[in-house]
Design a protein around this ligand. Sequence first.
Ligand SMILES: *Cc1c(COP(=O)(O)O)cnc(C)c1O
Length: 398
Amino acid sequence: MKNSNWKERGDAVFAGTYSRFPAAMVRGQGCRLWDADGKEYLDFLAGIAVCSLGHCHPAVTEAVCSQAKKLMHVSNLFYTEPQTQLAELLTAHSFADRVFMANSGAEANEAAIKLARIHSGKGRYEIISLSGSFHGRTLATVAATGQPKFHQGFEPMPIGFVHADFGDPDELEKFINPTTCAILCEPLQGESGVRPLEPEYLQQIRSLCDKHNLLLIFDEVQTGMGRTGTLFAYEQLGVTPDIMTLAKALGNGLPIGAMLTRSDIASSFTVGTHASTFGGNPVAAAAGVAVMETMLAKGFFANIQEKSSYFIKQLEGVAAQFPHLCSGVRGSGMLLALVLTEKGIEHGAEIVQQLFERGCLINFAGMRVLRFIPPLTVTQEDIDQLIGELSAVLHEVG
Ligand SMILES: *Cc1c(COP(=O)(O)O)cnc(C)c1O
């Protein structure tokens, strides 16, 4: 079976929610993928910031296989070894001391939203998020998402969500009213175009939460698990949230999400208030344990910061070479973007397509930047290869 056969069969049976590259991926290793036609790709998408240790990392594969032979599922009516170990690792290495396990980013955020409401008490339910944010596709998380295009056709949106303009703490404070219970934000907006929130702005948001007795929820679904060069992005920002959500890279490809918080807040979730059949499933949690252990090994992050600086320098070189298409570089760690000019934006989709044809995978995030989210294990040679192909494509685009 070739790519074209899989495309034809898939298009005949799937709901039309995705625009897919015309390739059926069959194998992955490290930063490389291979499709059904045998073509090799250099992967700077990593399953959308999921396969942060690279495809089929041996420690994760081993943990998943051995757990799958022992025990795959029992529900949360029982304790399991991997779920407990993962929660211990997450709490030992974050501000949090309580964890609720889910299966995805949206579900982790749903848990955070429900916890913020029940903890804040009767009449306090409204959550302020930011314009340009992305928090998931369930009805509540899409309502929290500050991008109207994701609401269209699904109205009415659930009530209790308002969006403040990005970057303006004074405007944000005007939204606070007696029904407000929390402020929800990503430390760096990934989906809408790799837009970092300045540490000073995040500190102002923290102060507003303290002043008005609101919970601060960080959606670290994309920024967490090493993506920005530390285990969690908040560590670099001088701001500690009250609740943090994780998913994407937590299982390096196995579906798992988590909501982390302090015990004084978590205590508002009592027996029966929230649940998930699969959340923290033993196989997914075993993957999470292997991811945590690999990332916590000595030297893991030092290496990433170095490679990140190198990558940024190379991207800045590209931006300088094509100033009519690129206006700069932003992001941190291995969550980086080449910001496009108006003319560059017109060619964004075409640039991604041409790179795909040359065997390099990136994406056009928020329809305004070229986003680079390779496995954290990417090498300098991989970066050089990507930069070479990118320059060639930008040259062709003109
Ligand atoms: C991807 C993402 C989500 C949604 O995660 P799913 O696993 O697709 O539900 C939520 N928040 C942020 C910041 C994300 O990047």
